[in-house]
Design a protein around this ligand. Sequence first.
Ligand code: HEM
Length: 367
Amino acid sequence: MNGFPNVDPIPLPAPIWLFKLLHIVTLSLHFVAMQVLVGSLLIAVLLNLLGTSESAGNAARAIARRLTIVMTYVINLGVPPLLFAQVLYGRAIYTSSVMIGLRWIAVIPALILAYWLLYRFSAGLDAGKRVWWIGGIAWLVIAAIAHVYSTNMTLMLRPEAWPSMYSASSLGARLPVGDPTTIPRFLFILAGGLVAAGLWMIYLGGRKSFSAADGKFLSALGGRIAAVAAIVQIPAAIAVYRVQPAIVQAGLNNHLLYKIAGLGWLLLTAVLILYAAFAAFAKPTGALTSWLAVLVGVLPIALMTIYRDGIRDQTLLSKGYDVWDRVVVTNWSVVGIFLVVFVAGLVTVGWLISVVARATRVMESAA
Ligand code: HEM
């Protein structure tokens, strides 16, 4: 008796490593889009509130226009990892979702509200208005959604907290108390948002759709923001590690993959800081600048996703839940069809992104 519901007697239809691989790949992509959204929206709001130059206005407009599209990626790239998480961790995540059911369901209207506010914000900027407050409300709604996710992803690891929460209220409106890991994790994600946003600005600065002056503005400001936020993210990461129980820390340190992911993240974050500082001072533009920004942005997020997975698996293991301990009866023909469709889906998403990038270039030169 370990506090988790009984395991589903139906075997898994594919190897666990495959589910984990797909989960980490899709979740990394969700995190890239989500962090770009969280950080860039804040920057666009501040540019509209405080910016005085023409480039500041152009940058705020360009960012806000793209955020309505980024939002679709946040949502669509969130669905696959949610399905994989349910397959691997259903016994934990279904229960924690019910425990905060009202907040969990509230994510859907909150998403719709945030979406609408993003469109209002972008339209207001296009009309030359000071609409920072609309963007500010959208940011608060999005940060609240992020908080619900951090709450659920940490509550799913604490079966010991479920009975008392449910006895206190079955409405699902209460927040769990007494978990020291939730807030550092949430703050780590918020700081990461500014890192991703800064790198995205460097990326945009290198694109042909901007004038030389706007490109330099985006590159210089993005570089400064990414460098400072990445410096802040390192102590936040250390805080996330230090609030883990000793048994989880030991599990992470004794596992080669998590060790490589953790140290790799630190190393790549150092490289990221140097690149962002270079962009801040040299204000480079051009295709190479853009693609380097993507590289130094995406790789640390993927490593962080692996390490985060390790925190979950080691925490669950310490409570008697071994994610690898499942009956597997692989149906290879179905797995094969799935992989073909999955790769075709990723290629289609890549193609859609390139169409959108070309379309915004046309829009920008017409504006
Ligand atoms: C504005 C919208 C969203 C924001 C700001 C957001 C933010 C976040 C954050 C902060 C986390 C990490 C929580 C943590 O581990 O501490 C997370 C994880 C996750 N999000 Fe999102 N999210 C959004 C929308 C969505 C949507 C619409 C879906 C799915 C339909 C989704 C699926 C997931 C999944 C599956 C995870 C992690 C699951 C796991 O740990 O295996 N997200 N999200």
